[in-house]
Design a protein. Structure first.
Ligand SMILES: C[S@@+](CC[C@H](N)C(=O)[O-])C[C@H]1O[C@@H](n2cnc3c(N)ncnc32)[C@H](O)[C@@H]1O
Length: 232
């Protein structure tokens, strides 16, 4: 199975072995299955709120011959049970020595709207207030809002990539509470303005906020000014 370019980009951004990788809002679980195949995590967790999807996915996963552990969770991502999973780690000490500690989670949230994604992250942060958290995020729209939220919550940037799929653009953000680099509100290192696609995405984004200037519910002028400074 070939991943879409957006999911392939996210897969490429998982650059080391993790203790737990959470494919949140996983739908059919394509991304998590790829991570399972290439053994990117000791345990790969598949999480979605739709029960019949998770039942079908569990059947598919049972048919795979894989040495890696996987778990299927039918739940709201804002209730992610990270602490519970740490306790269950004590039975595989040799594998854990390959990662830094048992407290080693990568949480992937992709393919949901930016506002929903913020709600899900708020739930996770609230449940794990003093925990080191690491996310790979790929919101659908509302990237500025997501980036503002990440700044407010003191997340730092590890990497960001712009990806085009079916004429649409997506920003993929790798962030953690440990990273020192500030998350830019409009993106910083993701831009390659020599690339026609990147120019197109910037133009589309600027046009979008120009059309929103009369919308009193959002601060479009401030956002527009910030995007107009990209590459200036
Ligand atoms: C469009 S799919 C995204 C699939 C995949 N992550 C991707 O990027 O292609 C969105 C999925 O999010 C799930 N979802 C929405 N809200 C959720 C929540 N609060 N908790 C868990 N799953 C949720 C939906 O059931 C749906 O399967």
């Amino acid at each position: 199975m070939k991943l879409s370019s957006r999911l392939q980009t996210i897969d490429d951004m998982v650059e080391r072995l993790y203790g737990h990788i959470w494919d949140c809002c996983c739908d059919h679980g394509f991304l998590g299955q790829q991570l399972l195949r290439r053994q990117a995590g000791i345990t790969i967790h598949f999480v979605d709120i739709v029960e019949h999807l998770m039942v079908a996915l569990e059947t598919d996963l049972n048919a795979l011959e894989t040495e890696r552990l996987w778990k299927v969770h039918c739940l709201d991502v804002s209730h992610l049970p990270l602490l519970h999973e740490e306790k269950s780690f004590t039975n595989c000490p040799s594998e854990m020595s390959k990662t830094n500690s048992s407290d080693d989670h990568l949480i992937i949230i992709a393919g949901v709207g930016g506002e929903r994604l913020i709600e899900l992250m708020e739930g996770i942060i609230k449940r794990h207030p003093n925990k080191r958290l690491e996310f790979l995020l790929c919101p659908v729209h509302h990237n500025f809002k997501v980036r503002e939220f990440l700044n407010d919550q003191n997340f730092g940037l590890q990497k960001e990539v712009l990806v085009k799929e079916n004429k649409r653009f997506y920003e993929v953000l790798h962030v953690s509470t440990q990273a020192g680099q500030e998350v830019s509100l409009v993106g910083d290192e993701m831009w390659n303005l020599q690339d026609n696609d990147h120019q197109l995405y910037l133009k589309r984004t600027i046009d979008h906020y120009r059309h929103k200037l009369n919308d009193s519910s959002m601060n479009a002028m401030r956002i527009l000014s910030a995007y107009e400074m990209v590459g200036a």
